[in-house]
Design a protein around this ligand. Structure first.
Ligand SMILES: Cc1cc2nc3c(=O)[nH]c(=O)nc-3n(C[C@H](O)[C@H](O)[C@H](O)COP(=O)(O)OP(=O)(O)OC[C@H]3O[C@@H](n4cnc5c(N)ncnc54)[C@H](O)[C@@H]3O)c2cc1C
Length: 389
């Protein structure tokens, strides 16, 4: 139940991914007039599709378990050397992996059922006026009292009301969907060049396999994809499955960006990827897309200073943790640390438990180094400490 006192009845939500659909659902349930703009559905989004338990519980009011087919992930396998070294870690708080066509459709259906109107048009311009907001779309001009930019990393709303992301604030993710093969295990191959990991996420009828690097790291998407293809071949993870390539950007901000994050202004707010709310280390973005959708809807219902209220909540509840992730990232994927990590995973049940919780979205960065310290894996703790997480 949302006890929302609506002060802003006409809300335009640009983008019907998890962030926009969640905001539209909460606002419409509270009685707001909500228009949701997105020309893309039904569509698959290049994404792992990993949805953590904390994200699922956020949308339990809008989605029944059967609304979206998903794989329940039983374990995470950490590997290095193209699988030469391998440790499987059971996941108690099992995340699920879903096709983004199915997951996003279920959220959008919930928003429409709650009363939000979907307009299948692309927004091409947003102008904030003293009396309201003007939105130019591919099918005409619309007006609203407030606009929510939920239109992803290339957000037009962001560009119109604030500024686009810089190249250093974005990473490129690329890889393949391997159709006709699946599993109940996430695979994470730690790689040193570029520092990070290759992932394989088991969706119900295919694997989503990919790799990611900062856009300004000097590595092209083609090089990254070729590296992923070599890994798929070396591990045999996809068998003979046909491989469909994809590439897509992910916001991956630096710690100082999170410390001065601007997410709202007069008559506008940015949520989800459009706001930069994605974990720069794990690239988990769905949880914060849903959370920020919820927060902006709560703020709009609660008073005249909706933008300010929403922005304060982002600063309090999301930015510090994301800044910690950004600081930790540099040290975490150093070859010396990943080498140590693989060894610790093999020998230490406590480290396996920490990594299981990290993958499941249960381990906050704020407590990570102290939890590592308590495991007495001094090497790990030391590395975590010097990365100033
Ligand atoms: C390869 C890859 C793997 C990932 N894996 C994971 C994962 O496993 N787990 C996880 O939690 N996160 C993952 N992420 C991050 C996750 O995909 C995003 O953080 C999440 O989708 C953000 O949701 P959103 O609603 O903000 O934006 P999006 O899901 O990007 O939705 C934006 C919507 O806006 C619409 N739109 C865009 N422009 C306009 C316009 N001008 N007018 C109208 N509509 C518009 C688009 O059509 C789209 O539907 C991954 C990302 C990538 C690229």
């Amino acid at each position: 139940m949302y006890h929302v006192r609506l002060m802003t009845p006409d809300v335009a939500v640009v983008g019907a991914g998890p962030a926009g659909a969640r905001a539209a659902y909460v606002l419409a349930r509270a009685g707001a007039r909500v228009t949701l703009f997105d020309p893309s559905h039904p569509r698959e989004k290049p994404c792992g599709g990993g949805v953590t338990g904390r994200a699922l519980s956020l949308v339990a009011d809008a989605m029944a378990p059967g609304d979206c087919p998903a794989t329940v992930v039983r374990s995470a396998r950490f590997t290095s050397g193209a699988g030469a070294r391998s440790v499987s870690v059971p996941l108690a708080n099992a995340p699920v992996v879903a096709s983004r066509a199915a997951f996003d459709r279920a959220l959008l259906t919930a928003a429409e059922t709650a009363g939000a109107a979907l307009v299948p048009s692309r927004v091409t311009d947003v102008i904030i006026e003293s009396t309201g907001v003007r939105l130019d779309t591919t099918t005409g001009v619309c007006r609203a009292d407030f606009v929510i930019g939920a239109d992803g990393v290339n957000s037009i709303v962001r560009r119109c009301v604030h500024a686009p992301f810089g190249r250093h604030q974005i990473s490129i993710a690329t890889g393949f969907f391997a159709h006709g093969v699946t599993s109940d295990e996430i695979v994470i191959e730690l790689v040193s060049d570029p520092p990070g990991y290759i992932w394989s996420f088991p969706r119900p009828d295919h694997l989503a396999i990919g790799i990611c690097a900062q856009a300004d790291a000097g590595v092209t998407a083609a090089t990254l994809r070729a590296k992923t293809a070599r890994w798929i071949h070396a591990t045999g993870i996809a068998g003979q499955a046909p491989l469909v390539p994809y590439s897509w950007p992910i916001p991956s901000l630096e710690a100082r960006d999170f410390e001065r994050l601007e997410t709202a202004g007069p008559r506008w707010a940015l949520i989800g990827d459009a706001a930069g709310l994605c974990d720069p280390m794990t690239r988990e973005g769905i949880f914060l897309a849903l959370s920020s959708g919820q927060w902006v809807a709560d703020a709009l219902g609660n008073g005249a200073h909706a933008g300010r209220t929403y922005a304060s909540r982002v600063r309090a509840e999301a930015a510090p943790e994301l800044a910690r992730a950004a600081r930790l990232k540099a040290g975490f994927f150093r070859p010396a640390f990943t080498e140590l990590l693989m060894r610790a995973l093999q020998h230490s049940a406590a480290i396996r438990a920490v990594m299981a919780d990290l993958v499941s979205g249960e381990q906050r960065y704020a407590g990570l180094k102290w939890r590592l310290l308590r495991t007495l894996e001094l090497g790990l703790a030391w590395r975590a400490l010097i990365s100033r997480s």
